[in-house]
Every structure is written in C-alpha cells, then in structure tokens.
Design a protein around this ligand. Structure first.
Ligand code: SF4
Ligand code: SF4
Length: 135
C-alpha cells in the first residue's frame, strides 16, 4: 500500500468541483483531508494524505495536472522556532495528534514532527508565535 501526503492548489473555477471524489471513484485512492481552505484570492488549497496503489496515484496526479491543479509534496510544514518557545505548555491541549507532549523528566515540551498533521491549531494558541506554518 502506497501513502503520500500532498499539497494541492487549484484555481477558482475548480473550487466547487468534486475533484477529491473523482480520486476515489476513478483511481481507487483513499484519502484523509489534513487541511482545506480557500485563500483570499479564492484559490483552493487542500492538504491530503492519499492511500492506494502507486500506479493509480501516478495516474491521478496526471489527471490533476491536466486540470491545472498544482501539486507539491507535503513536507513537515509546521515547525517550532526553538529560540522562541518558552515551554509554557499552552499548545498541548490544542494538539489532536499528540505531536506536542510534555517530557515528564525535564518538563520541557517536545515537538514530534512525524506525528504532526498540520492542523494549525497550535499556531494561534502559542503566545510567543513559536509554531510556524510553511508552504
Ligand atoms: S505554546 Fe508556544 S511557547 Fe508554549 S510550549 Fe507551545 S510552542 Fe512553546
Ligand atoms: S499543527 Fe496540529 S498536529 Fe501539528 S503540532 Fe500543531 S496542533 Fe499538533
């Protein structure tokens, strides 16, 4: 089974189109939506985790590109600015994936990028803006 996280940006005219359901129906891909939004200039933005067969994934990407959807690999787009973090712990309760936890020995807040699903909930909560989003 092949799993890939991608950032999709698509033009205004496609915002209302059932692009994701087509990935399921025509390319047999399963998906998790990690983030979905429409930017101020009405460009659509989706962060998806796609699961399925590698060949079908490749064909699905070709289909999306034919629609002028921009595809980028999803990297660990949330980072923590270690110089800013004061280890206050305010972000822990916001994090749904336990990517932010307390080290019981040191009482420091640990950030595990591999568990982060880029939901951005920690960003407005952090009083010193240590959690940062990058695309
Ligand atoms: S809320 Fe900000 S400063 Fe506090 S522990 Fe989390 S990242 Fe660090
Ligand atoms: S972006 Fe979401 S999942 Fe990632 S560390 Fe922040 S709250 Fe947790």
């Amino acid at each position: 089974m092949f799993t890939k996280r991608v950032v999709m940006r698509y033009p205004t005219k496609l915002v209302d189109k059932p692009i994701v359901s087509k990935l399921v129906k025509d390319y047999n891909l399963d998906f998790n939506i990690l983030k979905a939004s429409v930017t101020p200039n009405e460009e659509g933005l989706l962060v998806l985790e796609l699961i399925g067969d590698r060949k079908n994934y490749t064909k699905a990407m070709e289909y999306l590109k034919s629609l002028h959807v921009t595809i980028q690999p999803f990297k660990h787009d949330i980072t923590r600015n270690e110089k800013r973090c004061t280890h206050c712990g305010a972000c822990i309760t916001a994090c749904p994936s336990e990517a932010l936890v307390v080290d019981t020995k040191t009482k420091k807040i640990l950030f595990n990028e591999k568990k982060c699903i880029a939901c951005e909930l920690c960003i407005p909560i952090c009083p010193v803006r240590a959690m940062e989003m990058h695309y």
